[in-house]
Design a protein around this ligand. Structure first.
Ligand code: SAM
Length: 453
């Protein structure tokens, strides 16, 4: 890997004697990791080795996930670089809280936060670029997350809509990506001496909005995947200076893991900056990361009141179609109609007390239940991935490779199983993986066309 001369000079200067092992590590092997998904009822399908837990990640292991493998397709695992798994652990979202992931695509940290929240509370996950937000939304669906709002908005517009609203905010900032040089050498081509400063300016602008959205007493985690002090300690020094209501919190650096303190001497010398965390490739089996955890003062400005999103009014026909579908197919799913919202023909179950969307572009408003078709209701793939098989009236277990291949190709399956005419939850290894419609010994395939392979 050819590193820019200016990069080498900068880190020789900053790291002194440590620079040798640092540059050596940058030309060493990349470490792969994955997380298992505790939101899924059963883990029986995971055929990846789970003998090397990542010390700083609750559900994380070293190892490589295959893109088209059943583990991945069914949302049982999420492929994520080991160091990146530390960030959401530091934020530590709790069930029932209001949590914002402000720069979230493709969704590594959001899916980890969703696992921590275990379906309770509100996870608002945002990505400014619409194309990337679509990928984020697909990953949220595959992971079986029912309580997430996925939006695509500029942080300024979000802050106007949701002032002082969240218990926890994560800004995993768009950065110069120096920590990914080893994993993704293309990142080197974007680098210049000025690039970290340019990225830092963008991060400052996003951070201002992140702080606005934090409630008094709320917790903010700021992270990057760069070594650049301009985007790491110096940004936090700037934040502490600009917002006296924000204070650094200690981070559990997991004794023996190699996670290091931040470097006050690379910013304004404030000793509190040592509370931040640095993950160096020469110290641990992962890529480069920086993490800071801060709290907003309990007596900070509480902001204006945020309204609750108004539900949609279903027509009598829509209500009847939906209620018939639920009674026949998912009798174990109970909720109040006050939580239903429609986008075109699709109906979503909002998280409890969901805040109003205003003009924010929403890609996913909680759990998509399905689509109103002419005189019928068709369940959504997201519903199959998020519900527990015990909630449905009938299910069909795919128990061999041949059936799995046929189902994910979009073929109908023949069966002698004792099923009633209507929708059937298809399961694999004990988890919902999609829908089929049973008619006369045939399971008609409802696996989404875009996912067939
Ligand atoms: C480090 S990545 C996020 C990775 C993600 N947290 C994960 O774990 O999968 C930063 C994200 O910020 C987005 N971004 C770029 N410019 C932005 C801006 N001005 N405001 C907010 N997000 C931005 C990028 O598109 C990118 O998806």
């Amino acid at each position: 890997m050819a590193l820019p001369k200016a990069f080498i000079a900068k880190y020789q200067d900053l790291l002194g004697n440590e620079s040798g092992p640092f540059f050596e590590a940058l030309s060493g092997p990349v470490h792969k990791g994955f997380r298992v998904n505790p939101l899924k009822e059963s883990q029986t399908l995971v055929d990846l080795e789970k003998d090397q837990p990542i010390p700083w990640s609750r559900d994380g292991y070293f190892g490589q996930v295959l893109g088209r493998g059943i583990d991945h397709t069914t949302g049982l695992v999420y492929s994520q670089e080991p160091s990146a798994q530390f960030v959401a652990e530091v934020l530590s979202a709790q069930p029932g809280e209001r949590v914002l992931d402000l720069a979230a695509a493709p969704g590594g940290k959001s899916t980890q936060l969703a696992a921590q929240m275990n379906g309770q509370g509100l996870l608002w996950t945002n990505e400014i670029f619409f194309g990337r937000a679509k990928i984020l939304s697909e990953n949220i669906e595959r992971f079986g997350v029912a309580n997430a709002i996925v939006s695509s908005a500029d942080s300024r517009d979000l802050a106007e809509q949701l002032p002082a609203y969240f218990d926890r905010v994560l800004l995993d900032s768009p950065c110069s990506g120096e920590g990914m040089f080893r994993k993704d050498p293309e990142a080197i081509t974007y680098w210049s001496e000025d690039y970290p400063r340019e990225c830092a300016e963008r991060s400052e602008a996003i951070l201002e909005n992140a702080v606005k959205m934090l409630r008094p007493g709320g917790v903010l985690v700021y992270s990057t995947c760069t070594f650049a002090p301009e985007e790491d300690e110096q940004i936090i020094a700037w934040l502490l200076d600009r917002y006296p209501e924000m204070a650094l919190l200690p981070i559990d650096k997991v004794a023996g893991s190699g996670i290091a303190d931040g470097r006050p001497e690379w910013a304004d010398g404030n000793p509190d900056l040592a509370l931040t965390a640095r993950l160096w490739p020469q110290d641990l089996p992962g890529e480069g990361h920086f993490v800071a955890k801060l709290k907003k003062a309990d007596d900070a400005d509480a902001g204006k009141k945020v309204n609750v999103q108004k539900p949609s009014h279903l027509s009598a026909e829509e209500s009847a179609l939906l209620n018939d579908f639920l009674a026949e197919t998912v009798p174990g799913l109970a909720f109040s109609e006050e939580r239903l919202i429609t986008f075109g023909d699709r109906v979503f179950l909002l998280p409890d007390n969901c805040p109003a969307f205003g003009r924010i572009k929403i890609l996913r408003a909680g759990l998509c239940l399905g689509t109103f078709k002419k005189k019928r209701f068709e369940p959504d793939h997201a519903l199959a991935l998020a519900i527990h098989p015990s909630q449905v009236a009938q299910s069909f277990a795919i128990d061999d490779e041949r059936q799995w291949t046929a189902y994910t190709h979009g073929e109908a399956l023949s069966t002698k199983a004792d099923l009633k005419k209507g929708f059937v939850l298809m399961t694999a290894g004990g988890n919902g993986v999609g829908w089929a419609k049973y008619v006369n010994g045939q399971l008609k395939n409802f696996y989404p066309k875009g996912l067939r392979h």
